[in-house]
Write a protein that binds this ligand. Sequence first.
Ligand code: UN1
Length: 485
Amino acid sequence: MTDVTELLSHIDGAWTGGAAGELIDTNPAHPDQVVATGALADAAQLDRAVQAARAAARGWARQPMHARAAVLTRAADIVDAAAEEWGAELTREEGKTLAEGIGEVRRAAQILRYYGGAADREAGTVYSSPRSGEQILVTRKPIGVVGVITPFNFPIAIPAWKIAPALVYGNTVVFKPASAVPLLALRLTQALVDAGLPQGVLNLVFAGGSVGGALAEHPGVDAVTFTGSTGVGRGIAAAAAARGVPVQAEMGGKNAAVVLADADLDLAVEQVMLGAFRSSGQKCTATSRLVLDDAIADEFLAELTVRVKGLEVGDPMLASVAMGPVVSESACKYITQRAQDAVAAGATVVATAEERQSGSDNGYFVTPTVLQLPSTDAELWSEELFGPVLSVVRAQGVEQAFAVANAGEYGLSAAVFTSDLGRALAAVDDIDVGVLHVNSESAGADPHVPFGGAKRSGYGPKEQGEAAREFFTHTTTVYLRGGRA
Ligand code: UN1
């Protein structure tokens, strides 16, 4: 039997019980199993968290960047040391496989360590002046209090990749995680607090949707960073813009894998399987569209069908299981229903996994499914389901394949499979995405390079790497002279 951990918010340096309704964290593979319990914070507690972050802002910003970075590096060590234990907790509350859960915790440590090195990198720029005796410096300063709103699908990595740069560049934080995954949010906060963050610098608030929305509207919040659904993201972006504060919103994706006629098909099948079904397809970078050159489509689908049929679905704690549940009952019903609607509207079922639910019979399991659509006009070609459903459209030749991949309003990531360098370079020019993988799956993001979407997938500056600094700082242009004529 799993220990039940109490879910406490962290407000102004104190672990604090919530004053609103109950918060029950359950296991999507075994919905009757409780992973942790606690209570949601109310609006007054959110307000206290924002006030605490405001009060801590100046002191934190004035610490040398090396001191702030050192806290992140210590937190990285704490997270790494707990990777196996917290990875298992992640799997129990979110539902991705244990290997992915442990991998994600290690990834959070890697992100903390990357930003822990930020103080050793360049801190601004110097320009020549057209006037003698003068230099022009561009320095970076924190924005102030940052509201961090994170989704369920990466319960520790996405919070780390927002909170680590926010902190190292000198901001203070109010962090509202998705209610489905409070435990890993608590673990990250615990690591940072134990690593020595001063009181009020990071405030964790477990809150329902409405209190979370209030964070974006709160007059004490100077910037908002969000990852999640397109609908919620646009609302948050609008609320932040209405107050004139910067906002960064990472939203939907409908990411294509494009397999050209000259591709290594074994490699492409293997990578498409990973992109479409790891994390049960619940990544904004997951492969949910497959564009096949007609010349290889039959061969590719025959091999893909074999692999999909053999995919073991079940309790993600079991080593043999390749895919766990989706996050909730409503997600499970919605994804299944929309796949059925697509079939009713003319899609054909290419492949499904055999009905196996190893180790659990009542989890929120969605059968991995590959559907061939009549054309890019089918609703499913453009609708993000956030589940293990892969839609296929065939194309004649490279140009049409790229056009089919580009259809629609999203442009987060894509994968192109080809062994022809000229075609790979054409994909770089012609596929309209923020992240392009050539001969690897559409998901995956390193901490030191920019991450984010083109078109309607993202709003505001990119995340990660040097790009994160754009969002988490503002610049002061300093015209610097010596003071003597
Ligand atoms: C990845 O592809 O490994 O919410 C990261 C998401 C993205 C992160 C994807 N913001 O799925």
